[in-house]
Design a binder for this molecule. Sequence first.
Ligand SMILES: Cc1cc2nc3c(=O)[nH]c(=O)nc-3n(C[C@H](O)[C@H](O)[C@H](O)COP(=O)(O)OP(=O)(O)OC[C@H]3O[C@@H](n4cnc5c(N)ncnc54)[C@H](O)[C@@H]3O)c2cc1C
Length: 325
Amino acid sequence: MAKEIWVYAQKNKDGYAEVVGELLAKSQEIAKQIGDCIICAVSLGENVKDDEKTLGDLGAEKVYLLDHASLKEYRCDLYGEALQKLVQKYEPEYFFFGATAIGSELAPTVAALLKTGLAAHCIDLRYGKDRLNCMVPAFGGKVVSEIYIPNARPVMASVRPGILQSEEPVKYTAEAVKEDVSYLDHAESAEEFLGFEENQKGTNNIEEADVVVSAGRGITSDASWNALKQVAEKTDGAIAWSRSFIDTGRVKDESSMIGTSGKSVKPKLLINAGVSGAAQYVCGITRAKKVISINKDPKAPIFAYSDYGVAGDAEKILAAVASKL
Ligand SMILES: Cc1cc2nc3c(=O)[nH]c(=O)nc-3n(C[C@H](O)[C@H](O)[C@H](O)COP(=O)(O)OP(=O)(O)OC[C@H]3O[C@@H](n4cnc5c(N)ncnc54)[C@H](O)[C@@H]3O)c2cc1C
């Protein structure tokens, strides 16, 4: 019998989370290597009954639809139990989640209910030598470990959004499996849904900003840091940084760091200042529409990933740009 690869189809207010498409595309890649496999999406909610078309376009061959009023809003206990029952009924081989706020709670809940293994916050999934290796950064991103789950099934993994690189997925007219979830008619949740609050713009949300100005180790002086902040302020942009910039001591937190162990950004305009262009950094900027980089070294690798390059001192150039703005 064909093995099933499942992807949890997280639905947000304006449609499926982007990571759902990323996971389905990656699942197609893995399926090619395994052979006899079916790519499935699992969608829970109220009025998800016709969603197989959308998920088929994203690369699912089969879609499990769990449609019930009590699933209207995400609640971990109800969603967890519904997914546990579904897995026990159909026994998929793999089950992938986006490591979003919801996925990072739901995936370990389901894994614990099923007593199976979960590799959390992966940056890649690589199939080879008859096993799936889940790539997970460890020790603050200084190493990447390979996690392999030998016996427990399904193998579960949560993967950071915006980081997987896959080919354009094949679209399918997906088969819809409408599950009977009448057991939820009398379900009680320990959680009460109070409301949904979106991240406010202007809170340095580097994943949503139209303009991102990113600092690397080359931003050394107070003057260059101030000039960079001015450029961000005048463009209504968010400020991001590389891992090495944290080492300069100007910032501490990793929540605005770009890269494999940080975040992936997709602004209309990204300005890199004093960033060399290490592989672990550039994998987080591949979705930026226009990239301008400033580096004093004309041979810096970052220029190969940029639409425009300025070879020169970051402080001088940023100050000039800020004054023009
Ligand atoms: C497992 C692993 C995971 C990692 N994950 C991440 C990650 O998620 N994100 C990340 O960023 N890194 C990550 N790293 C680290 C990564 O390998 C690089 O070390 C880091 O990205 C380099 O940051 P940088 O470009 O700011 O610094 P550097 O590589 O030191 O580059 C500084 C650049 O600034 C330029 N410069 C210096 N002075 C000036 C000036 N006055 N004006 C203009 N330019 C100037 C220099 O020419 C140089 O190119 C990871 C590493 C490992 C091993």
